[in-house]
Design a binder for this molecule. Structure first.
Ligand code: NAD
Length: 442
């Protein structure tokens, strides 16, 4: 059935404060990019919310407004920023170190603006990110103390920046691999575990908890467990707040979720998929630690299984060898190389190979995702959408779903879901692509 909604959406008036956990390569590329676009010195390429259009009604109606004109999302001029980081560099120094944007062309012209973003002391513990040594860190007797300090930071920033609304995005390092345990099952257990400094409570969970307690939507750009636990998911539902994650879908996995659905659509078999990455930024260094890599590996490996459904197609996908490697290679900096060797087979089982060599720039791909997530999470809150936001799966490697549902990883199904959700929010017809009305006249 075609569902039309047309929700009451509170207007995007006033300022939207974007609170970034981590002020590294991705965050600085994002804030510098937004400021550059605001000054008319660059285009927000890669951002669906800024560049994308949405078709409404029949193809003959020729109605395709820009998404930013169709849905009431915040205007870039209304964004203000804050960040936490255990490294004390301001956004200018951090951006220069990250080496993503050209210092002379893109950073010097906005130096004052970037220097104005100074990281707040982080809730940081080296146990969870082994390769980092932070000095700009909070101290407290218990993890609960740290969470309360984060709540204080949120309240201060709301006031200081005169923000009407806030969103929080985790763009900090990947933490070590954790699995859900008893401390994560209820809010009561979670709060007790914070008080007892239980190792099951990672810093990312403290930020998410603080955000939710202060009525701030939270999105997780890394593969950490963070909000994938009943305690925080229920807290989000109870407080009617949107949460999302996890792990920005940028380079190699984006390509995987385009190519794998194509093989499946044509019923071509898959024997193996070997993916390797070389990168030399700080993220690469952190992921060189086996415990952080394990978190990333789980996130990257899941996609093929769900897209290819080997249980339904055992002859085609029942025996796939899938391997993902990430190698820290300093000379490359942020300019990663993601290399894939794909062994497929066709008619009567004859083998073929595809090679993909994606010479990408990690943070250039991630920055527009941070922007879209900030704007769409704020929209979700104003539209009173709460809990898991499956319609934003488009942006994540390991998208959240309701219990019992498998995640949709196919990029184009995700895009259709996102656009149909926007149509639904605005009371427009769903587009099913049936199109029979163009051929069968009543
Ligand atoms: N760039 C991409 O394409 C991409 C894609 C998917 C996911 N990610 C994830 O996004 C995250 C950020 O990537 P990046 O390239 O900017 O990394 P980065 O190392 O340049 O920046 C991460 C920052 O987080 C800080 N940090 C670590 N723990 C923290 C804590 N507890 N509180 C506050 N700050 C903390 C670090 O000091 C560092 O400055 C990583 O987890 C990465 O895996 C990136």
């Amino acid at each position: 059935m075609v569902q039309q909604s047309g929700r009451d959406i509170a207007p995007a008036s006033g300022r939207l404060g974007v609170m970034l956990v981590g002020l590294g390569a991705v965050s600085t590329t994002f804030v510098a990019g937004v400021e550059t676009v605001r000054r008319g010195a660059g285009l927000p390429i890669g951002s669906l919310s800024q560049m994308g259009t949405i078709r409404l009604g029949k193809r003959t109606e020729k109605r395709s407004p820009k998404i930013k004109e169709f849905v009431p999302i915040a205007d870039l001029k209304d964004l203000v920023f804050a960040a936490w980081d255990p490294i004390p560099d301001d956004a200018f120094a951090a951006a220069v170190k990250a080496g993503v944007l050209d210092r002379h062309e893109h950073l010097e012209p906005i130096k004052d603006f970037l220097q104005g973003i100074k990281p707040l002391p982080a809730a940081f513990d080296q146990h969870y990110v082994k390769r980092l040594h932070g000095t700009n860190v909070k101290t407290g007797k218990t993890k609960r103390d740290l969470a309360e300090q984060l709540r204080g930071d949120i309240r201060d920033f709301r006031k200081r920046s005169a923000s009407d609304r806030l969103v929080m995005i985790w763009a900090a390092s990947t933490e070590v691999f954790l699995t859900p345990g008893p401390a994560h099952q209820s809010l009561q257990a979670f709060e007790k575990a914070m008080e007892q400094n239980d190792p099951a409570i990672a810093p990312s969970m403290l930020y998410a908890y603080a955000a939710l307690m202060e009525d701030v939507p939270f999105a997780n750009g890394a593969p950490n467990l963070t909000v994938d636990i009943p305690a925080l998911q229920r807290l989000a539902e109870e407080r009617r707040l949107p949460i999302g994650g996890k792990d920005f879908k940028t380079g190699q996995t984006m390509m995987k979720t385009v190519l794998a659905p194509a093989f499946k659509a044509r019923m071509l078999g898959l024997a193996g998929w070997y993916s390797t990455n070389i990168l030399g930024n700080r993220d690469g260094e952190v992921l060189d630690d086996p415990e952080s890599f394990k978190t990333k590996e789980e996130s990257k490996l899941g996609v093929l299984e769900y897209i290819l459904q080997p249980d339904q197609y055992p002859e085609l996908y029942g025996n796939v060898f899938h391997k993902v490697r990430i190698n820290y290679y300093p000379p490359r900096g942020d300019n990663k190389e993601g290399w894939d060797n794909i062994d497929i087979f066709g008619w009567l089982g004859y083998p073929m190979q595809i090679k993909v060599d994606f010479l990408c720039r990690d943070s250039i791909l991630a920055a527009p995702i941070v922007l879209d997530l900030a704007l769409f999470f704020d929209l979700a809150q104003r539209a009173r959408l709460s809990g898991i936001q499956e319609w934003l799966s488009f942006y994540f490697k390991s998208p959240h779903t309701a219990p019992g549902l498998y995640p949709e990883h196919d990029l184009f199904i995700q895009q259709t879901k996102l656009k149909n959700t926007l149509r639904w929010l605005m009371g427009e017809e769903q587009i099913t692509h049936l199109g029979i009305e163009y051929y069968e006249k009543a």
